[in-house]
Design a protein around this ligand. Structure first.
Ligand code: SF4
Ligand code: SF4
Length: 751
């Protein structure tokens, strides 16, 4: 890309925060003016103060349209250094140079000068992005009319949105229809509260911003945020409409108790907590076997939950459900005795008072341990065998009725499809051959992106529904971005996202609805959602050079790219989260952003001075993911942790955006080693762009191939994953890498 002639660049260097004392500012100015050919280079002792900002503003008024601010980290003072109509690049002299290296040292000075070269190389090739503006419909589709769905619909209208609410059953309410009473929501948190479903349904029915379709199912959703075209079938009719964003609140189903034979399920008098709700609602708790009142009720907690063989997670509500059911059973019949057999009682927050209220009842007994089995005895009575850990003894509890506290399973994942997929993967991994292997490969191919149930019927290349993630929940980043799914503009709320009680479902629905509203606001301005919030750049595909290799469409983690019949990518700009993974994937290097491209980063890499072999100063390149790794290095600077002065860091959007050509170019230029640091992959700590770090792992083979071609040692390129809090570890990695390269020796390509 040619340098833009109309650009007017100014470099401002701040001398505050120890920068002026640690560096030779005059020498830096010489590099800027004489070598980088920037005419305007100024300094200020406190650039982020009013006077400094006014001086920059004056430059902008006089025609400067590109600024390089060499001061603190770009993560600080972002608003202060944003000027209308002007592109600003930030050079991090504070955290990454003077706070993390020896002052007035030759190597520290060289580092600072190189960072100026890198910043100027970028600024000269970058313009203010032109947002891609699409027509945006601001109606929100809510799928599911239970507690979360009803809340989402009502909350969205409070913020001014129109809502279409689609419910598969003939009536709104979801599980609320089945419960006689709920946990208390307000002080003193002691007694179960009545359910007030009628007034909520009335509120929805009377709200003219909400259109409700009952007995309805989604037939098809195509398009992108702001422009989702939805077809539904409701009571035999087909209805089409357009919405902008979607809240999926499809709720939960109880864990399949037929898998809990070891806990007695299958015996007539062993029921689940959901069946117990029906008994309580009927006002009678009679044993199914003989219809006699159940006077001794044993509640088996964590029935299949926190159990690797069944549901490995805690469903968060079962303990409180049991407390409520024991209290209500006692309320119906004062002679009833309840035995609560638990692994742990989990009653978060104020619900400790609810637990206390149950403990005060002398006919509700609690004991802790592991239930081993439930057996039928004479007269259809039941014996619960338990390893009691409080008294360190095996005990038996005789009961008329056993209630299994089963957990919650999201209505999102098609467990059968997942199972088939996993079985097929296992066949491949165990090295089967022949027809079995072929069949397994076919299954994996068929199901690889189609693990979700077909609730939404999306027409995305990557499957008709939300991918089922850990334990079948579709929330894509429960740590940093709750409610987000892997499909932009579609948010998960309530028990489909995580096990929740009714009150938490309300909060969840509010959060997801807010995300949906924000997404539409951002889309209407051509900006993206998390994590590159407000980013107005968008990938540009030079499609006349596309070889239809499909790498970008396959690797895009958000399903942003559809394909035409020839496999040419068809971008959907408002689905895109601007991660740059398509840019990293493209072997033809035809995907670029206005401020981030193979060419721009390539020029940044090439802009620095690599000392020749006689100077014996190694030069290392660091590509730091801006989500976790870059901020971690900022924190290291803040803590004054020192790292090698031989490494030059360039921020990247995601490890997945690294195009292998950067590695080849850097090694050819004479860099001695390349360190790439991204977010942690895996479900427990996901990469911000889902697959970036994982993709870099698989692209590692290409890097090794490149090193082999260049007859260079494998150790020269290292890929690491860290979390944002691991700043100490990051410094160790950097310093270890520098030592390792020292041992390997200088790059023979320096000449
Ligand atoms: S930038 Fe990321 S989200 Fe957008 S099309 Fe490329 S890979 Fe997909
Ligand atoms: S990766 Fe590049 S060449 Fe391959 S399909 Fe995508 S745009 Fe075309």
């Amino acid at each position: 890309m040619d340098e833009k002639k109309e650009k007017k660049v100014a470099v401002w260097i701040c001398k505050g925060c120890e920068i002026g004392e640690a560096l030779d500012i005059e020498a830096i100015e010489k590099v800027v003016i004489s070598e980088c050919k920037v005419e305007l280079c100024r300094r200020h002792s406190f650039l982020c103060g009013d006077e400094g900002v006014e001086l920059i503003q004056k430059d902008v008024q006089e025609g400067v349209n590109t600024l390089v601010i060499a001061a603190c980290s770009p993560r600080c003072n972002a608003d202060t250094f944003t000027f209308d109509g002007c592109f600003t690049d930030r050079v991090n002299l504070r955290e990454h140079v003077v706070w993390s290296h020896s002052p007035n040292d030759e190597d520290t000075q060289m580092l600072a000068e190189d960072y100026l070269r890198i910043g100027i190389a970028r600024a000269k090739r970058t313009d203010i992005p032109e947002p891609v503006l699409e027509e945006v419909d601001k109606t929100i589709l809510v799928v599911g009319g239970g507690q979360s769905g009803m809340t989402a619909a009502l909350e969205a209208t409070c913020a001014g949105s129109d809502v279409v609410l689609v419910e598969k059953e003939a009536q709104l309410g979801g599980w609320l229809k089945n419960f006689s009473r709920l946990f208390p929501k307000k002080p003193p948190y002691r007694d179960p509260e009545p359910v007030d479903l009628e007034s909520r349904i009335k509120e929805i029915e009377e709200n003219d911003k909400i259109t409700v379709y009952l007995g309805a199912a989604i037939a098809k959703i195509s398009g992108q945020p702001g422009q989702f075209d939805v077809s539904i079938k409701s009571n035999g009719s087909a209805i089409d409409f357009r919405v902008g964003a979607i809240v999926q609140a499809t709720g939960w189903k109880p864990y399949d108790a037929s898998k809990l034979g070891h806990l007695g399920y299958g015996s007539q008098n062993v029921i689940t907590n959901v069946q117990m709700e029906e008994f309580l609602a009927s006002g009678k708790i009679n044993r199914p076997s003989d219809n006699k009142p159940a006077k001794r009720i044993a509640f088996v907690q964590c029935a299949g939950s926190r159990d690797q063989e069944h549901l490995p997670y805690c469903s968060a509500v079962c303990c409180r459900v049991t407390l409520k059911q024991a209290m209500l059973a006692r309320e119906l019949d004062g002679e009833t005795q309840a035995y609560v057999l638990y692994k742990d009682i989990r009653t978060p927050g104020q619900y400790e008072d609810f637990y206390r209220r149950a403990q005060e009842d002398s006919e509700i007994f609690f004991t802790k341990g592991e239930v081993i089995s439930v057996e039928e005895t004479t007269g259809s009575n039941l014996i619960v065998n338990m390893e009691d850990t409080l008294i360190d003894k095996q005990i038996q509890v005789e009961a008329d009725l056993v209630v299994l506290a089963t957990g919650m399973v999201p209505i999102a994942a098609d467990g059968e499809a997942i199972r088939q997929y996993q079985d097929a993967q296992a066949v491949i991994e165990t090295g089967e051959e022949g027809a079995q292997l072929e069949a397994a490969k076919e299954t994996v191919e068929k199901l690889k992106d189609h693990e979700g149930t077909d609730i939404l019927h999306l027409t995305y290349r990557q499957g008709p529904d939300m991918p089922a993630l850990k334990y079948g929940f579709p929330d894509s980043h429960f740590i940093c971005f709750p409610y987000e799914t892997r499909r932009t503009g579609i948010y998960a709320a309530g028990c489909v996202r995580a096990p929740n009680d009714m009150d938490a479902c309300r909060e969840d629905a509010q959060g997801a609805t807010l995300k949906a509203i924000q997404c539409l606001d951002l889309a209407s301005r051509g900006a993206t959602v998390h994590p590159r919030w407000e980013d107005m750049t968008c990938p540009d595909f030079l499609l006349h050079r596309c070889t239809q290799c499909k790498r970008c469409t396959e690797e895009c983690p958000f399903g942003s790219l559809d394909e035409d019949e020839k496999a040419t990518p068809m971008p959907n700009p408002t689905r895109c989260r601007r991660c740059g993974i398509c840019m990293g994937a493209c072997p033809e290097r035809i995907v670029s952003f206005n401020d981030y491209s193979v060419e721009i980063v390539g020029q940044m890499i090439k802009s620095i001075e690599v000392p020749d072999e006689f100077e014996e100063k190694p030069r290392l390149l660091g590509l730091l993911c801006e989500n976790d790794a870059y901020p971690a290095l900022d924190t290291a600077g803040l803590k004054r942790l020192q790292h090698s002065a031989f490494i030059r860091f360039i921020p990247i959007r995601c490890l997945g955006s690294v195009n292998i050509v950067w590695v080849a170019d850097a090694l050819s230029k004479g860099y001695d080693g390349i360190l790439m640091v991204g977010c942690k992959s895996g479900d427990d700590y996901q990469c911000h762009f889902i697959r970036g770090s994982e993709l870099m792992g698989t692209r590692g083979e290409n890097i090794r191939e490149k090193l082999k071609q260049l007859a260079l040692e494998e150790e020269r390129v290292r890929v690491e994953e860290i979390s944002i809090s691991e700043y100490g570890k990051l410094v160790e990695i950097i310093n270890e890498f520098a030592e390792q390269i020292d041992e390997v020796g200088l790059n023979p390509f320096k000449d």
